[in-house]
Design a protein around this ligand. Structure first.
Ligand code: NDP
Length: 262
């Protein structure tokens, strides 16, 4: 029986165990997916190996640490330096990133999007921004503090709350953890109001709740979505890696989506 886990802090809110177990159960795949509350990201590798895991997902705030924990990095994770999926390949930890493709899948319904404002500059922002830039989209990043903006300066327009000038956007994405376990907005109300008055669509990476940011978007009648479809998209791709592509993608998608109804 293969064992998988999600690592995060917090992690109790994560839907990943339900999603992956639903697929394993319905497709008779001999595996079980659990959750591990990890406070110290530098203990990720050691904990992964002690638990004898076949694979894992990594969530906030350990995705950058997860990159360092791996023996080898493959695919898009190499470009972004951020890992959300680890596979144990004969004792070697192989790191992947399935978040960005999961997000592209989620925003398909907004149609053509050319100009994006990203709120936040953490691991998720890194993955999404690299992917947007790869697709030749115009990207602006707004973050609370300056330090994390450094790594974005040569690929996007970067601002902190102090020097931000609003423009017109097709889509604004909240990738901060503001609203995850508190009722905070990703930036001061005055800035968020200006931003919402200048965008067509809004998305939040946080799922399973209407964040204060989405609440405001809803009040302003802006089309919005939470992070559920992104979660589904990244989960399907991670499950394909966990099961070594032995299961059909359509089946994984079907049963993973079913877990959202539970
Ligand atoms: P990181 O810890 O790497 O980055 C957090 C970012 O949020 C930083 O830019 C930080 O700014 C900012 N931030 C934190 N608190 C506040 C606040 N109170 N106000 C304004 N900005 C704040 O996190 P991740 O990128 O890994 O994850 C971010 C969010 O995305 C989480 O809520 C996570 O659950 C969600 N997520 C959802 C996914 C899905 O499938 N739906 C997939 C991946 C992530 P600073 O630099 O100033 O500290």
């Amino acid at each position: 029986m293969k064992l998988f886990s999600i690592f995060g802090d917090p992690v109790s809110h994560s839907r990943s165990p339900l999603m992956h177990n639903c697929v394993f159960k319905h497709l008779n795949y001999e595996a079980c997916y659990t959750r591990t509350h990890l406070k110290d990201g530098s203990k990720l590798r050691e904990t992964f190996l002690n638990l004898k895991l076949s694979g894992a997902n990594i969530t906030v705030p350990h995705k950058e640490e997860a990159y360092k924990a791996c023996d080898e990095i493959r695919g898009f994770a190499k470009t972004v330096g951020v890992v959300n999926t680890i596979i144990n390949e004969n004792g070697k930890l192989i790191g992947y990133n399935t978040d960005a493709d999961g997000f592209m899948y989620a925003i398909q319904e907004f149609g053509v999007v050319k100009n994006i404002l990203v709120l936040g500059a953490g691991g998720t922002a890194k993955a999404l921004v690299s992917r947007f830039v790869q697709d030749n989209l115009k990207v602006t990043i707004l973050n609370r503090s300056a330090a994390r903006l450094e790594s974005f300066k040569n690929i996007a327009t970067c601002s902190t709350w102090d020097d931000f000038n609003v423009n017109k956007y097709d889509l604004v994405v909240n990738t901060t953890s503001a609203g995850l376990k508190d009722e905070e907005l990703p930036a001061p109300l005055e800035i968020i109001t200006k931003i919402l008055d200048n965008t067509s669509f809004v998305a939040d990476a946080i799922y399973g709740k209407l964040t204060p940011f989405l609440k405001l978007a809803k009040e302003k009648n802006i089309t919005y979505k939470d992070g559920s479809d992104m979660l589904l998209g990244q989960g399907v791709l991670a499950n394909e890696l966990f099961t070594n592509h032995e299961l059909k993608k359509e089946d994984i998608q079907k049963y993973m989506a079913k877990s959202f109804e539970l």
